[in-house]
Design a protein around this ligand. Structure first.
Ligand SMILES: NC(=O)c1ccc[n+]([C@@H]2O[C@H](COP(=O)([O-])OP(=O)(O)OC[C@H]3O[C@@H](n4cnc5c(N)ncnc54)[C@H](OP(=O)(O)O)[C@@H]3O)[C@@H](O)[C@H]2O)c1
Length: 349
């Protein structure tokens, strides 16, 4: 027997509420984000993953483009050696925009599995619905001349490969991220295997009620990214109009009433609203408190109603670098008026 590596203050994972996917599989209501925002080194993120899993985390949100899956794979190997079982974990990854082409999705998934040192993923996302690549760390005005608007047929060719990964047993569920209702309607119309989860930006200042309800009505569970308003996001993702969630008066009022950090209010709001936040943290005190807050000291109905009024439709991850030549501003990525710019085949079967 090796030494017991479970910390004394570890959370019992059974206490963390679960969501049930349409397949019957269960997911914990809170996971650990792993995007170091181009500033937290991969080693630090991987160390947090190792300690977080030993301390009770069971869901980890990874992605090839975060550039740290190989080190996170070493962490997973260590937690398995410490006695955590693969089936206890819910591991997520995402195919990056430059790997949508024929055969590429399978290759990308194989690389991720190799890096993470796993036989299968619990959930695999198409990270963005565009095959538009930008180099890591590029500035906000970078445009790739090969970038194109959403082309549904191309997306479905990528999705067919995602479905194939499920058939092959390499991936248990597939999902979408950064989609809109018009895009999701088309995907639902044409898919063979339905997306199980939509990973979308959600925090008190950006509640996206229409897309949220559309997912719930269609049996798609929801992961909320940037749940604390991503205070350390890259400079390219900041604009002067952006709202700081932890400074919203509604969030501060609830934090004061409970004697907790405003970040914790954002997470409690997410869990009680009914989605699954994936806060990033490499600070032990913070990631332990984030996990515990899912089952301790709930907010009241009145506080939830107050937080609903904090919505300012403030999108933080606008996606400018994915725009194509000839596009207008970043709103063209988000089908603001209910149509998909640059693609007119909505009625085509
Ligand atoms: N699908 C997509 O396109 C997409 C896009 C963006 C993000 N994501 C995913 O979503 C995850 C989360 O988003 P994010 O990393 O941008 O932002 P976030 O989770 O909203 O914010 C993370 C920041 O909050 C701090 N923090 C965490 N817990 C705290 C607490 N209890 N008290 C005070 N501060 C706290 C962290 O600092 P410390 O480290 O010091 O705790 C970190 O700086 C990402 O890591 C990634 O996995 C997905």
């Amino acid at each position: 027997m090796g030494e017991n590596r479970i910390p004394a203050d570890a959370v019992n994972p059974d206490l963390v509420p679960k969501h049930t996917l349409y397949t019957g599989a269960k997911m914990p209501t809170l996971g650990l984000g792993t995007f170091g925002s181009d500033s937290v080194p991969a080693e630090k993120v991987a160390a947090a993953v190792e300690d977080a899993v030993l301390s009770g985390y069971r869901m980890i949100d990874c992605a090839a483009c975060y550039g740290n899956e190989d080190l996170i794979g070493e962490s997973l190997e260590k937690v398995f050696a410490a006695g955590i079982k693969r089936e206890e974990l819910f591991i997520i990854s995402k195919v990056w925009n430059d790997m949508h082409g024929r055969g590429d999705v399978l290759r990308a998934c194989a690389q991720t599995l190799k890096d993470l040192r796993l036989d299968y993923l619990d959930l695999y996302f198409v990270h963005w619905p565009f095959p538009n690549y930008h180099p890591p760390g590029c500035d906000v005005d970078t445009r790739n001349p090969d970038s194109r608007p959403y082309i549904h047929e191309e997306f479905m060719a990528c999705w067919r490969q995602m479905e194939r990964l499920v058939d092959m047993g390499l991936v248990k569920h597939i999902g979408v991220s950064n989609v809109t209702i018009p895009k999701l309607k088309l995907i639902l119309r044409d898919c063979r295997i339905k997306p199980a989860v939509n990973e979308m930006e959600l925090h008190p200042a950006f509640q996206q009620p229409e897309l949220y309800n559309f997912c719930k009505e269609n049996g798609i569970e929801i992961i909320g990214f940037c749940p604390i308003g991503s205070p350390a996001r890259p400079e390219r993702d900041k604009t002067p109009e952006d709202v700081v969630d932890t400074q919203l008066p509604q969030v501060q009022q609830v934090a004061k009433a409970h004697g907790i950090h405003p970040a914790t209010v954002c997470l409690k709001w997410a869990v009680q609203r009914g989605h699954m936040p994936i806060p990033f943290s490499t600070t032990r005190k913070n990631y332990m408190s984030n996990l515990r807050c899912t089952f301790e000291d709930p907010l009241t109905d009145e506080e939830m109603a107050l937080l609903a009024t904090a919505d300012q439709n403030c999108r933080l991850i606008k996606g400018q670098v994915f725009l194509w030549e000839g596009a207008g501003d970043w709103q063209d990525l988000w089908d603001i008026d209910g149509t998909i710019p640059g693609w007119n085949g909505y009625e085509k079967k």
